[in-house]
Structures are given as structure tokens and as C-alpha cells.
Design a protein around this ligand. Structure first.
Ligand SMILES: NC(=O)c1ccc[n+]([C@@H]2O[C@H](COP(=O)([O-])OP(=O)(O)OC[C@H]3O[C@@H](n4cnc5c(N)ncnc54)[C@H](O)[C@@H]3O)[C@@H](O)[C@H]2O)c1
Ligand SMILES: CC(=O)[C@H](C)O
Length: 255
């Protein structure tokens, strides 16, 4: 893709974004920021009230679609609904995820399988489906995958979660390589603990306080800070960045 300049206010006016897991936490913050920057947003989420949540963000430019991203027919129906509503898809943000934590010697098949199925396979299914939409459109695209610091460092009880997120980074690099010829960039974001429902549950109590003390910048992240990176990666300012994993962790993984 030739350099064609970029909007210095990082607007993404009229671009159509799909945000999985956008009914809460980081995904919701991404959806809100994208709307503020002029995009149209379709939130794919398992929460029953996903459309109400989307309409609270923006009645006209946001839509919530009940979708299980581990299920092919659910994805097909949701993508069709986006096409009916907005006519195209320019950006995919893979945010849906779970953290089912246990020690390696005891973790159940159920925890392992659910984690890989949602965090890794679900993100791949979405990327494959929407990657094909973008290829067919012929105008490039942006795919942004939520990985984690757990992909980069060993965290106690994170064997399934960390494995799924290391897979997300591997997947990101291969998709970036294969789809560069279509001007589709694919990048990952790896946050430290972020203060969402998922993050607060996984790091409650003294375990979290200790983890925070060990972060050089001394605090956990906020969903809005992660959303800011997802915005940058969705803009034309990031057109030469692909296959990267941007770490937002207060320096936790540099030690
Ligand atoms: N919060 C953290 O500390 C943290 C740190 C690093 C990475 N992450 C990653 O960021 C992403 C977002 O995390 P969060 O903290 O905002 O979590 P969250 O629990 O607040 O939000 C996750 C959303 O995913 C949705 N979801 C769950 N299963 C789904 C499915 N099958 N199909 C569609 N949607 C589904 C949930 O309904 C929920 O709205 C996750 O991938 C997570 O692994 C989170
Ligand atoms: C850091 C991280 O991704 C999990 C939530 O512990």
C-alpha cells in the first residue's frame, strides 16, 4: 500500500468495524471510541442485551448482534446482518475472551477446551470469515486481535489462557504475512491486567495487589487505554504496521 497520508485527528469516519466481545470491558471501550471517531460499529457478543448496549452507545451508528464466535453459523448470520445494515466491513477487533484459570496439574479438559475454543479458535474463525469479506471488497482492511501479557511471560495458573494468547500472536503474524498482498494489516495488542469484569475477577485481592507492585509503572490498565491503541491500529497512520504485537503493560514484561 502506497503512503497516502492520514487524518491527524485519527478519525475513522464511516469505516465499518466489527468488535467481538464489545458488550463489556475492553471491547465496549473500543466500540465507544470508534463511534466517537466517526465509525459505524457492529458489536458481536453472547450477552442477550447486546443490542440495547449498542444502542446506548449510539442509536444510529452502532448495532449489537447476538453472536457466539465459536459457532460458524452464528458468525455467518451475524456477518450477513452487518452487510445488510452497513454494506461492508473495514475493521475487525477480536476482543471476546475468557480467563479460566487453574494450575497445570489440575486444569480440567473443560477449562482447557473452552479457553482455546473461544480465545484462539473463535478469533481465527472471525478473522477467516471477515478476512474473506475484506479480500472480496478489494480495499484492504484492519484486523486487531486482543492477546495478553500472558502470551509473553509465565503467569501462575495461566497455562490454558497463556497458550491461547501465544497462539493469537502466532496467528496474527501468519495472517499478516498472507494478507499483506490484499492490504489487510493484522496486529495484536497485549495488555497487562485491565480493570474489567474479567481482569478484576482474575486478579482479586492480595494476588492483584502484589502483581501491581511488581509493575514498573505501578498500576493496572484501563479499558480506554487499550482502546486508544486499537484506534491507532485502525487508522491510516498505522498502514505500515503489520504482524506486530503492541504491549501495554506499564513495563511489566521488560523485567
Ligand atoms: N482484562 C484483562 O485483564 C485483560 C488483559 C489482557 C488481555 N485481555 C483480553 O482482552 C479481551 C477482552 O477482555 P475483557 O477484560 O474486556 O473481558 P470481559 O469479560 O469484560 O468481556 C468479554 C466479552 O466477551 C463476550 N463473550 C464471551 N464469550 C463469547 C462468545 N462465545 N462469543 C461472543 N462474545 C463472547 C462476553 O459476553 C463479554 O462481553 C479478552 O480477549 C481478554 O483475554 C484482558
Ligand atoms: C493478564 C491477563 O490477560 C489475564 C486476565 O490475567
Amino acid at each position: 500500500m502506497e503512503f497516502k497520508g492520514f487524518d491527524k485527528n485519527f478519525n475513522i469516519t464511516n469505516r465499518v468495524a466489527v468488535v467481538t466481545g464489545g458488550a463489556s470491558g475492553i471491547g465496549k471501550a473500543v466500540a465507544e471510541l470508534y463511534i466517537e471517531k466517526g465509525a459505524k460499529v457492529a458489536i458481536f457478543d453472547m450477552k442477550e442485551n447486546v443490542n440495547e448496549i449498542a444502542k446506548e452507545i449510539d442509536k444510529e451508528n452502532a448495532v449489537g448482534i447476538h453472536c457466539d464466535i465459536t459457532d460458524n453459523s452464528s458468525i455467518d448470520n451475524a456477518v450477513e446482518a452487518v452487510n445488510d445494515k452497513f454494506g461492508r466491513i473495514d475493521i475487525l477487533v477480536n476482543c471476546a475472551g475468557i480467563a479460566l484459570l487453574d494450575d497445570a496439574e489440575n486444569i480440567s479438559d473443560d477449562y482447557w477446551n473452552k479457553t482455546i475454543e473461544l480465545n484462539l479458535t473463535g478469533a481465527f474463525k472471525m478473522s477467516q470469515k471477515i478476512g474473506n469479506v475484506m479480500i472480496k471488497q478489494g480495499e484492504g482492511g484492519k484486523i486487531i486481535n486482543m492477546a495478553s501479557q500472558a502470551a509473553l511471560i509465565a503467569l501462575d495458573n495461566h497455562v490454558a489462557y497463556g497458550t491461547s494468547k501465544a497462539g493469537v500472536i502466532g496467528m496474527t503474524k501468519v495472517l499478516a504475512l498472507e494478507w499483506a498482498e490484499f492490504d489487510i494489516t493484522v496486529n495484536a495488542i497485549s495488555p497487562t491486567v485491565v480493570l474489567t469484569e474479567l481482569g478484576k475477577k482474575a486478579w482479586a485481592g492480595e494476588k492483584g495487589e502484589k502483581a501491581k507492585r511488581e509493575i514498573p509503572l505501578g498500576r493496572f490498565g484501563y479499558p480506554e487505554e487499550v482502546a486508544a491503541i486499537a484506534l491507532f491500529l485502525a487508522t491510516d497512520a498505522a498502514n505500515l504496521i503489520t504482524g506486530e504485537n503492541i504491549v501495554i503493560d506499564g513495563g511489566n514484561t521488560i523485567k
